[in-house]
Design a protein around this ligand. Structure first.
Ligand code: NAG
Ligand code: NAG
Ligand code: NAG
Ligand code: NAG
Ligand code: NAG
Ligand code: NAG
Length: 356
């Protein structure tokens, strides 16, 4: 079990995963029959497939199609995958938390992509899963946004629900070696599973596909104004940082860039610009470059490029940007007609650069 506050990894063969998922499909895991508060596994996601099988809807039909493509591929002698997959829970202790207002790092490189997908154009990079605390979110239910789609394309990810306890604020889950089994298009009600997919991604020396995904869960804001507070900004920074932090054994020159986008900005109501800045700061402290996908949103892509250029040309460090964001939170609390975070920063950057 990957329990809270224990950094630990599990590596399994793809065949073992298929066996566990076959059991999940038939709902054979004992003790995993209730999510009642206080019950034995209340702090874990559900794993048996009963909710998927019993709620017939266009969404679950598309999901099951992908699940069947997966089982076909893993049970056919000719296509049976013969590699491994690693699931690693990474936890930071308070002594490893950055002190954001004091961080002197400059912004790393940022490349904004108007089109493209994290899982496709982000190949070879560390790919961000906009996760739920309970890994996989609504994958075994009606959910069909970024995380759930990824888990449906790569059903091996679903097995993480068997052993990954709810993520704490200082933790992430990294998955190395997952394979894509289905070709899909669309999301939510437009989601369609089109055909089986043959994944020809190379394998590493552990026979894992060169594919690394990191699950980080953003805060779900009931009221979007809640995000403009020091406590919540710090929480999101820490979460992004634990996800982005490289392996200390591997030199930064060999550490791939991060492929991400509007993390926690849909149903979770995050402000896309604030979330982009938070991820830029975490990436800077982790010394990694960012590829940011705006999924066709042209205005956002331009705003982001402009803000990034400004930060670079003013040599704004992580600590300086952090202090600007805290000032912005105060401004938010004192004014009725508030500026956007990017407008506030461009107007106040000069003030801060002369002060610091
Ligand atoms: C995990 O560690 C963090 C940081 O030390 C702490 O705040 C949190 O309470 C711990 N959680 C559990 C469940 O022990
Ligand atoms: C759940 O399963 C356990 C072990 O199989 C059993 O003891 C328990 O009574 C079951 N609980 C419910 C609510 O079905
Ligand atoms: C972080 O830095 C600030 C400013 O110097 C200081 O007041 C604070 O105690 C530091 N926090 C930690 C956790 O070290
Ligand atoms: C940030 O960039 C400035 C010059 O633009 C340089 O002097 C400084 O050393 C850099 N800081 C770090 C932590 O690399
Ligand atoms: C996925 O399916 C779509 C629609 O059927 C098709 O246009 C596309 O070429 C397919 N992609 C792959 C990688 O098979
Ligand atoms: C057959 C079985 O164990 N079904 C359970 C699957 O999980 C859900 C949610 O935990 C339970 O409600 C089912 O009883």
């Amino acid at each position: 079990m990957l329990r809270q506050n224990q950094s630990h990894a599990i590596t399994m063969s793809q065949e073992q995963i298929a066996c566990l998922l076959a059991n999940a499909f038939f709902c054979t895991f004992p003790h995993r029959n209730t999510t009642q508060p206080g019950s034995e596994y209340s702090n874990f996601p559900t794993i048996n497939f009963s909710s998927l099988l019993s709620n017939v809807s266009p969404r679950t039909v598309q999901k099951l199609k992908a699940i069947f493509y997966y089982f076909n591929t893993v049970t056919e002698e000719a296509t049976k995958p013969k590699g491994l997959v690693t699931f690693e829970r990474i936890c930071l202790s308070p002594s490893e938390f950055p002190n954001w207002s004091k961080q002197k790092e400059n912004m790393t490189n940022l490349h904004v992509y108007l089109n493209g997908f994290i899982e496709k154009e982000g190949q070879g990079m560390l790919q961000v899963d906009f996760a739920s605390k309970m890994i996989g979110g609504g994958v075994l239910n009606q959910g069909l946004v970024q995380e759930e789609i990824r888990f449906i394309q790569c059903p091996e990810l679903i097995v993480a629900r068997l052993f990954t306890e709810k993520l704490g604020d200082n933790e992430c889950l990294k998955i190395t070696g997952a394979q894509v089994y289905s070709n899909t298009t669309g999301y939510s009600d437009s989601f369609q599973c089109n055909s089986p997919h043959t994944d020809s991604t190379q394998r590493d020396e552990w026979k894992r596909r060169y594919c690394q995904i990191v699950a980080i869960d953003a805060i779900k804001f009931d009221d979007p104004r809640q995000q403009y507070s020091e406590k919540n900004i710090k929480r999101e920074l820490l979460k992004a940082y634990v996800g982005f932090k490289g392996d200390p054994q591997i030199p930064t020159d060999y550490t791939p860039a991060i492929a991400t986008g509007n993390w926690g900005c849909g149903a979770f109501k995050g402000d896309p610009m604030l979330k982009a800045l938070i991820q830029m700061m975490a990436a800077a402290v982790a010394q990694r470059d960012l590829a940011y996908f705006t999924f066709g949103n042209k205005k956002q892509a331009e705003d982001l490029k402009r803000t990034y250029k400004l930060l670079k040309s003013h040599k704004v460090t992580v600590g300086k940007l952090y202090n600007l964001l805290l000032d912005y939170c105060k401004h938010q609390h004192h004014h009725h007609h508030v500026k956007s975070v990017s407008d506030y920063i461009s107007e106040n950057m000069g003030v801060h650069s002369s002060q610091l």
